[in-house]
Design a binder for this molecule. Sequence first.
Ligand SMILES: NC(=O)c1ccc[n+]([C@@H]2O[C@H](COP(=O)([O-])OP(=O)(O)OC[C@H]3O[C@@H](n4cnc5c(N)ncnc54)[C@H](OP(=O)(O)O)[C@@H]3O)[C@@H](O)[C@H]2O)c1
Length: 231
Amino acid sequence: MQTQRFLITGGSQGIGAAIVAQAREAGHQVVFTGRNEAEIAAVAKATGAHGIKADVSIDTDNARTVETCVSVMGGVDVLINNAGTGYNAEIGDLDINKMRQLFGINVFGMVDLTNRVAPLMKAQGSGDIVNLASTSGTKGAKGGTAYSGSKWAVRGISQCWQAELRPLGIRVVCICPSEVQTNWMGKTGRNNPNKLYAADIAATIMAGLNMPRRVLWTELTVFANNPWKED
Ligand SMILES: NC(=O)c1ccc[n+]([C@@H]2O[C@H](COP(=O)([O-])OP(=O)(O)OC[C@H]3O[C@@H](n4cnc5c(N)ncnc54)[C@H](OP(=O)(O)O)[C@@H]3O)[C@@H](O)[C@H]2O)c1
């Protein structure tokens, strides 16, 4: 892949930080976002990427993010919609404001940012958009109304964007990871070699981007190869 200009949301830790690292290792320019200033600074220092504090659920932050990409890199070739949050609650006991907040990040934030980046990609007649969904968006589960619902939405929206952007030379890829050992929802310190790591998802995304431009992986579900070897 020639040198590309990446915008990665939620690059301050977990899967996003792994994508920042692998994109930089491959020689690409990277702007990434997050909310935790210390973690943004640490990733920026370790990788040489340009990190900014920007909340994807805030429209004005998204406007500033795109302005930063234009001023720092001259545009965006690859948009990775990775920022996401979780909330589990069963129906009858669900805080609708928490669900609205989650959709503001996982769904509306992703749509608002992409709505601002798509015109740049349309004007240049190329681009890649990678949306992080989840296996939780392929099968509903107990307590999953908010999170699973948001990831089903990400998958459906990805298909709409494929219909709109594929004829214009812009690829939209939807990635559905199974459990990944990040600090997701406060789970820390996991290190089971039989389960997925953030770097595995980053490598999968980089592989999809590296396919010849006529190849489009529409949706990719990623499981660990040894799921029966539980902790
Ligand atoms: N881990 C899993 O098992 C798993 C499985 C399937 C799918 N996924 C999806 O993969 C993506 C990344 O998950 P992860 O495991 O890497 O999670 P993580 O370790 O909790 O990291 C989430 C990242 O998103 C950022 N973020 C959250 N809310 C944000 C907001 N409003 N604006 C900007 N950035 C925000 C966080 O930044 P700050 O900390 O700086 O706020 C952080 O960098 C998510 O979309 C998640 O749904 C994860």
